[in-house]
Design a binder for this molecule. Structure first.
Ligand SMILES: *Cc1c(COP(=O)(O)O)cnc(C)c1O
Length: 340
């Protein structure tokens, strides 16, 4: 049994999800004729209290479209220094939108309205115009930590007062929602755009939805075409997304529980220096002494457990739909028996 903890993107569709996909009604979505894609877009927008949505091939594309439609070249985007939009999208915000970034550390990537407020540029010809704040929830690089609505509301108030738009990279927003128990409809009051991934913890094979306020609908649609994201009979994929929203949200708590169980074991191991406290399904730990992440992940892989390096001495595990209790037990045994 190979155990894959590299990411929550490695899941395969379940039999029931496959059946939902096979039964989908489809049409050419570039002509606006795919009923399943429309249903997914409307369903996702309704969950978050947003006006509309666009089904896209990836979360990178939904983020890139959002930044593109909320900015003009020479503007500046405020985000966490480890944010996906900055660090893991190939420099896209610079290339696609021609904007600079202002990077904040936050507390494990959770940035506050105070920090943001100190980094909004005054209206001065020397300085790029601060036009967007982009939040990530949960924060990947921060170890899966999340925002509460109160924190988001404060940031939104600040943005409104300064004529700044607010984007959410919600690749794992459902992992946050199941932990806070807050109503996702509230998000619609605070964000101009939201990116939601179906291919992470929700277990769909492909796809993200970009949600927006009505005034951005036309431009978002145009930019999806420009970026090459207009798909045809993609309702088969959208059907997997609908299935995931109906059946795979509440179960995210199981992933969080298993991540916490792994954390407990890791804390007790001599070769682990520290573990970033687990909040959702991401677990990042630092190795003790001279041990490098590469040595650790190679050793784990020899024993059938895949993971990724998340820095020179840091290793990341992500729990997901295809990581069950038997695999958890096996992983714990491997962690205990490897001598590093
Ligand atoms: C995975 C991820 C994305 C989107 O990635 P794609 O692989 O392009 O779908 C965006 N933001 C965060 C924080 C992510 O973890």
């Amino acid at each position: 049994m190979t155990i894959d903890l590299r990411s929550d993107t490695v899941t395969k569709p379940t039999q029931d999800m496959m059946e939902a996909m096979m039964a989908a009604q489809v049409g050419d979505d570039v002509f606006g004729e795919d009923p399943t894609i429309k249903a997914l877009e409307q369903k996702t927008a309704a969950i978050f209290g947003m006006d509309g949505g666009l089904f896209c091939p990836s979360g990178t594309m939904t983020n890139q479209i959002a930044i593109k439609i909320l900015t003009q070249p020479y503007d500046e985007v405020i985000c966490y220094s480890g944010a996906h939009i900055y660090k893991y999208e190939g420099g896209g915000v610079m290339g696609n939108s021609g904007v600079s970034v202002r990077l904040l550390d936050g507390d494990r990537g959770v940035i506050t309205s105070d920090e943001i407020s100190q980094n909004i540029n005054p209206d001065d010809a020397h300085l790029p115009k601060t036009s967007v704040v982009s939040l990530e929830n949960t924060v990947n690089k921060g170890g899966g930590c999340f925002y509460h609505l109160g924190q988001i509301k404060k940031i939104s108030d600040l943005c409104i007062n300064n004529n700044i738009k607010l984007h959410l990279d919600g690749a794992r927003v459902f992992n946050a929602i199941v932990e806070t128990d807050e109503d996702p409809k509230e998000f619609g009051k605070y964000f101009d755009t939201i990116s939601v991934c179906l291919s992470k913890g929700l277990g769909a094979p492909v796809g993200s939805v970009l949600l927006y306020k009505e005034q951005y609908a036309k431009q978002a649609h145009r930019m999806r075409k420009v970026f090459g994201g207009g798909m045809r009979q993609a309702g088969y994929l959208a059907a997997a997304g609908i299935y995931a929203l109906d059946h795979h949200v509440d179960r995210l708590k199981e992933d969080h529980k298993r991540a916490k169980q792994l954390e407990e074991v890791l804390i007790s191991l001599p070769y682990v220096e520290k573990v970033i406290p687990v909040q959702t399904n991401i677990l990042i730990f630092e190795l003790a002494g001279n041990l490098t992440a590469k040595e650790c992940i190679d050793k784990l892989e020899e024993k059938g457990v895949k993971s990724v390096a998340f820095g020179y001495k840091e290793v990341r595990f992500v729990t997901h739909l295809d990581f069950n209790d038997a695999m958890l037990e096996q992983t714990i045994n491997v962690l205990k028996e490897i001598n590093l």
